[in-house]
Design a protein around this ligand. Sequence first.
Ligand code: TRP
Length: 328
Amino acid sequence: MTPKGRVFSGARPTGRQHLGNYLGAIQNYVALQDEYECIYCIVDLHALTTLESTEDLRQNSVEMALDWLAAGIRPEETIMFIQSQVPEVTELHTILSMVTPLGKLTDLPTFKEKVRQQPHNVNYGLVGYPVLMTADIVLYKANLVPVGVDQAPHLEFAREVVRSFNYRFKTNVLIEPEMISTEYPKVIGIDGVQKMSKSLNNHIELAATPAETRQKVMQMVTDPQRKRRSDPGRPEVCNVFSFHKVFSTPQQVQEIDRECRIAGIGCVDCKKILVENLNRHLEPFRHRRAELSRDPQFVLDVLQNGKERAALIARQTMAEVRDAVGLP
Ligand code: TRP
């Protein structure tokens, strides 16, 4: 197979992955391997911009890597590595910062959002976050970047930085990346309101046991207007129903849709069906993850190998960049 291009994506090490990570990113990462040369990076340096404590950082990277592998990332082809292990990215970040107007960074909606979220910690790294992300992508000469719509401004920013760099130094060593947009519906957490996320503790881990999964699903908020079993429900506003659409058969979805509206089925029974389907769907993943965890050295070896392959590309790019800039 001749790959159609090189894909790069990064995700912050948040530890064990949840259904939102899976449906929003991991599933797509796995599929892209069939057509592209893929590089998937655990961006621990980016994580430092918001972390209060780094105690779990290493462990979270390893847990995330295990989930990626169990979900179907193939380390023989795909490069999977930890960002900070190839330090060339920080050098490129510094060089790219010289062709980046400060105002562009502070105008980004993602930056403003962080300032709102952590007014007590508006650090320099936070401002440079998109520059570091640009460095990730161009260091590995990726032409395609799969990210959600929330990251679209960062990708547009990266393209501008590449153009500025190439223009300023009269070169074409940096490749302008394109976005592969992933139009997945936002996965809502068990609170039924906010995006599923570990920090909000409204998530369901992929590696949870069937019993834990059941417990989480039974806690899920359904149609808030349906207070009694005899009230008719509205599947279109029910978060449990949106999961049925992903994990249940078309016939089940149809039946639940019909029966919910006439109060033929209650929320408890509806959730029980989801629990069963979800656990069945996740069983191969969990089995594989348990197998992979039996040899703790395996994932470390994968990350080490990924680091070595990534470093080869990084060193090559940096030699070209230094040459273009005129650094000795
Ligand atoms: N900024 C991305 C996020 O917050 C993570 C990221 C870092 C990334 N470097 C990247 C994504 C390079 C794609 C490509 O989700």
